[in-house]
Ligand binder design. Sequence first.
Ligand code: CP3
Length: 349
Amino acid sequence: MSGGVFLETLAGRRFATPPIWLMRQAGRYLPEYRAVRATTRSFLDFCYTPDKAVEVTLQPVRRFGLDAAIIFSDILVVPDALGQKVWFEEGEGPRLEALTDPVQFGNLSRARLPDYLAPVYRAITAARAELPAATALLGFAGAPFTLACYMIEGSGSRDFARVKAWAYSHPDSFALLIDLLVESVVDHLSLQVDAGADALQLFDSWAGVLPEEQLFSWSLEPMVRIAHALRARHPKIPLIAFPRGVGPAALMYRRSDAFAALSIDTAIGAHWAAQELQPHICVQGNLDPLMLVAGGHALEREATRILNKLGHGSFVFNLGHGVVPQTPPAHVAQLVDIVRNWKPQGPQS
Ligand code: CP3
């Protein structure tokens, strides 16, 4: 395996400066992405066209020389593959024909997932072949709870009232949906590794809406089950967990038996993460994506503050959430420069 700074960091090695990649590094803030995006009307068709997916996966790596690429796809390809209707409303986001009744689970089937998502795996193989050896390729999936949120709410949500009503009032039937998603996500991640992914990330974007006990049952526990099932099939593959919005409950996720790294959002203090998480697990994060919009001195100060706190331990530089569309590309280049030219100044600085 050609390591590269990113994979070797996940394996426990330290370098003078940490590796950097950015969630949503491919996207609408890049004019070259918008040009390719404009050639396909449906977002899912775009995801399922390997040539186009490969091209936009490579774009940010070419432009900024990042240490990792993430395959261009979406977390909602899994419910789509299971047979739920999924589409994207222009300018609004994802829509699904919401599940309203446990009986409908019976209509979902993971049997066709490998064939249905074959274009994603073909894109991974082709992207891996085109990337420089030192640039890692990440595969990814949504964690079961976040997928269940979209499948039951039918879209994003302000209060997640439907998915919570279901999970709290009918935990047994909710558990069946989570089990189906655990198995489907294991299949999807495993096929991404077979196709050439070097590392994986699990996005639990809505974990933060759950109280602690339900967080354990519906977010952490399914993610750990996925990690252990993957380990059985692919003993060496590093898995990054991103339980967004969980605050100090991030302590529950510093499980080195399951995850190679823990990705933290902007609300977690870098100092706290250095003390409480980093001694146990590699930390990834956590610049505010809006700092990347601001650029200039504000970006330099904040990125340097994070580097001074976390750069002395096992660390991957990233954002606390995805790059937003209004980000000037020049600010991403500025950030990569800041990270690569950072000089360690002692842990207390
Ligand atoms: O560069 C990358 O990070 C790889 C590609 C990627 C996308 N989505 C492409 C995308 C990844 C890793 C995702 C993950 C994803 N998708 C998550 C988890 C991360 C997070 O943001 O919390 C979630 C919740 C989704 C679901 C989703 N897909 C939403 C809510 C939206 C609409 C929001 C928006 O920005 O429009 C999407 C669409 C989407 N997925 C876009 C991209 C680049 C924008 C659509 C377009 O270009 O037309």
